[in-house]
Design a protein around this ligand. Structure first.
Ligand code: F6P
Length: 537
């Protein structure tokens, strides 16, 4: 992070420490309009933040000093910005709907491959949706089970739920991720083998959880249908690893490829989105990609002051590094976005949960905020208390839509009344005098007073559509990218996940082999011994 540019931000925080969001609104009647912007079907009001024009200027300077413009171009043009893995970062190519686009990695244009796989996905989705794809016994597919984890699960689940109104309701979708056998077993109870399509989704096709679940599902299917040949009609693969797919026994004709320049947590618009394509069909899927593309274009071309992902990233940095806010909350006021916070957790925390700069030094500031959230209004009756009156500063993003897919009486108005009321209450609070005027008993005044001055962003779109969902995902992807650039960290590797994987493999032998000599720490040895004793091993 550029020290000089940050110093300016820090100085402004100091100078304005006694000013509240309420004061800012009192000073500037045009504030709401000044601190709002529109892009790709989304309206962002960020006026309820601890900012003024001078602060935004200082924050933009911070972005400029990080060479952000250049970094954005490097990403979009396929430079190997994921340096620790020696890879390009090109999820934007997956939704580049410009027919003339050419994007090269190692001198080779990747776009023909992207278009080919999209067509293959569309053709396959048509076959499944129309019932022309028959299972081994000649029945049409009714159940689709995606087996994957992390980026090969969270995106497909989130988007399948989000775009339910566009789905083919005859088809039922399930997502198995956890290596806890309960996840698979309870799913298999819901489906019939002769009508089930398994999508094994794994970039590497070596992930322990996914491969174990896929093997178990394969055995179940073969047992139920009584013939190994059934696998070819009931299993397809989404992966970058052709050899591993073939070794598993899936016909590589039924494999949908993607490439090492697509990070797992950014892979939803690749073939990893196959379950979504089957659910909503190729035309709606094209609309989904168009939404991403519109936000990508906005991000690449808009000046930083008017650039939605850049503005969100800068505000995040202001609170994280300037005010010590360790987490931020994402609060979708739409039941269809119930898994959006979980999806963002991987995107943000696996990307920017890094403690070493690009030069291999320990980062001298904190990075990677903790992201959490739940759909409104459920959160209001649970953790909002802490956000309103607790001692932590938790900036929040409120996400809502003017229209609902399911109008019932005045329920949507009620939902949105809560949506607007919350950001108002968080920003402006309620003073002790206001409480007294309302007749609050003096001894209760301190408990019923709200300090306010709690920052929020409001993201409002007309309706949840494939386009607005695609744009929303791209918005957060680019926000995370900008923060990584400013913090000078590598956002596209995930070495931290590896250690646990390696250790778990070692312990698995200790759990299953005969009388092992346990060589762990005393605590781990004790726990393993107790586990073995319970199982009489
Ligand atoms: O959790 C680590 C990780 O590598 C994620 O980045 C990835 O999304 C997930 O595992 C699944 O990996 P794969 O798609 O290779 O099975």
């Amino acid at each position: 992070m550029d020290a000089q540019a940050w110093e300016k931000v820090d100085r402004l925080i100091d100078e304005n420490q006694n000013k509240t969001i309420k004061d800012y609104f009192a000073e500037d009647p045009d504030r709401a309009g000044r601190f709002s912007l529109e892009a790709a079907g989304w309206f962002l009001d960020y006026s309820k933040n601890r900012i003024d024009a001078a602060m935004m200027k200082a924050l933009v300077k911070l972005a400029e000093k990080s060479d952000l413009k250049n970094e954005i171009e490097k990403m979009f043009t396929g430079r190997k910005i994921n340096a620790t893995e020696g890879r390009a970062v090109l999820h934007t190519a997956l939704r580049n709907i410009d027919k003339n686009a050419k994007i090269k990695v190692d001198g080779k244009d990747v776009m023909p491959g992207v278009r080919r796989v999209l067509k293959q996905m569309g053709d396959f989705a048509d076959l499944v949706r129309s019932g022309k794809w028959k299972g081994f016994t000649g029945k049409r597919i009714k159940y689709v089970v995606n087996i994957g984890i992390g980026g090969s699960d969270l995106g497909p689940v989130m988007a399948n739920i989000a775009l339910t109104p566009y789905s083919k309701r005859y088809l039922k979708f399930y997502f198995v991720s956890n290596v806890d056998s309960t996840h698979l077993v309870e799913t298999l109870r819901e489906v019939k083998a002769d009508q089930t399509l398994f999508i094994v989704a794994s970039k590497t096709f070596t992930t322990q959880e996914t491969m174990s679940n896929a093997q178990a599902a394969k055995s179940w299917l073969v047992e139920k249908l009584g013939d190994k040949k059934a696998v070819a009609r009931h299993f397809v693969a989404v992966s970058t690893a052709e050899k591993e797919v073939a070794a598993f026994g899936i016909d590589t004709k039924n494999m949908f490829v993607f490439w090492d320049w697509v990070g797992g947590r950014y892979s939803l618009p690749s073939a990893i989105g196959l379950s979504l394509m089957i659910s909503i069909g190729r035309n709606n899927y094209a609309r989904f990609l168009k939404g991403y593309y519109r936000m990508d274009r906005h991000f690449r071309t808009a000046r930083f002051e008017r650039n939605m992902p850049v503005v969100l990233a800068l505000l995040g940095i202001l609170y994280h590094n300037g005010y010590g806010a360790e987490s931020y909350c994402v609060l979708p006021y739409d039941q269809y976005l119930s898994r959006f916070p979980a999806y963002l957790q991987q995107m943000d925390m696996e990307s920017n949960g890094k403690g070493v700069t690009k030069d291999g030094e320990k980062v001298p500031y904190t990075t990677g905020p903790i992201e959490w959230g739940e759909p409104g209004t459920n959160g209001q009756h649970s953790f909002y208390q802490l956000i309103h009156q607790g001692t932590h500063l938790i900036p929040c993003d409120f996400i809502g839509f003017s229209k609902t897919h399911n109008p019932v009486g005045d329920l949507h108005d009620k939902l949105m009344a809560n949506f607007f009321a919350q950001t108002e209450a968080l920003a402006f609070g309620k003073t002790a005098d206001e409480c007294r005027k309302e007749g609050v008993e003096e001894r209760l005044v301190p408990f019923k007073t709200f300090d306010g001055n709690r920052p929020t962003n409001t993201l409002l779109a007309d309706e949840l559509t494939p386009e607005t969902l695609g744009a929303l995902i791209a918005l957060y992807e680019h926000k995370v990218f900008v923060q990584g650039v400013i913090w000078n960290i590598y956002s596209y590797d995930q070495w931290g996940v590896q250690l646990g994987k390696v250790l778990a493999k070692g312990i698995l032998d200790d759990l299953t082999s005969k009388k092992p000599k346990l060589r762990h720490d005393a605590s781990t040895n004790q726990l393993i011994a107790r586990y073995r004793k319970t199982l009489s091993r």
